[in-house]
Design a protein around this ligand. Sequence first.
Ligand SMILES: [Zn+2]
Length: 294
Amino acid sequence: MINYDTLQRFLFTNGQVRGEIVRMRASYQAILERHPYPLPIRKLLGQALASVALISATLKFKGSLILQIENGGPVKVLVAQSDHEFHVRGLAQWEEDKVALEMLDCGFEEGRLALTLIPEKGERYQGIVMLQGRNIGWALEVYFRDSEQLSTVFFVCADEETVAGMLLQVLPHEIKTEQAENFWEHIRHLARTLTEEEFLTLDNEQILHRLFHEETIQLFDPEPVAFRCSCSIDRMERALLLMSHEEIQELLQAYKKVDVRCEFCNNQYTFDAVDINRILTDGKTVVSDSTTRH
Ligand SMILES: [Zn+2]
């Protein structure tokens, strides 16, 4: 049985390679309910969500990770975010070009992928990789090879309902012996034989058996993955301060309030004249319970 909305780690017991499998259904659907994405964009967002959850599981710090795609053909921008507890959210903006959207299944002709690591304590870090001719999984493999010197396999896929992702990675401090290199090549080669259909229909144990039945694998307990948006009144006030004072005053005169919508979860935050006055004079304030959801 497939354990949806979980991330499950595993380790090849010779200790040289680690792996993770992520599955999403309710968490993916919660994101899709908020925006009517066409199928190629949904699938891409699903792949990006799987990727951020998988990478988050490799990080040693508490904080969050953002994957952003810019100018990827019809994809103007696509953002997926996960924190260290696998709370995910995402959004996409795209151009309505049916042919170009269908072509996304074959990879991006252009664009860039940025990964931003935001630790709760310490400096944020960003790495960028070009997307030419690649899909998200390939781009991330290049990123880990070039930026982190870590051999990695990413296999991420999605259909209308569910998302599946697998990461395999040589352990960072493993001493590089010829035997270890050969083992990695063997594992990598086996992983490449997995098809999307198998991955989306078989459960984790079946997948690991199908790919690596000759190896001994330690499979850890699955951890929950969930949709959660980190927007707040405080953040929306800061967003409001990015608007010009004239613009805010015009909105107030016309509607007696200013609505700011979170692009991730579609929640709407409403500020009235009293709130606005406080925000503009203090730069920061607590707003009464004026949050409404649409
Ligand atoms: Zn939100």
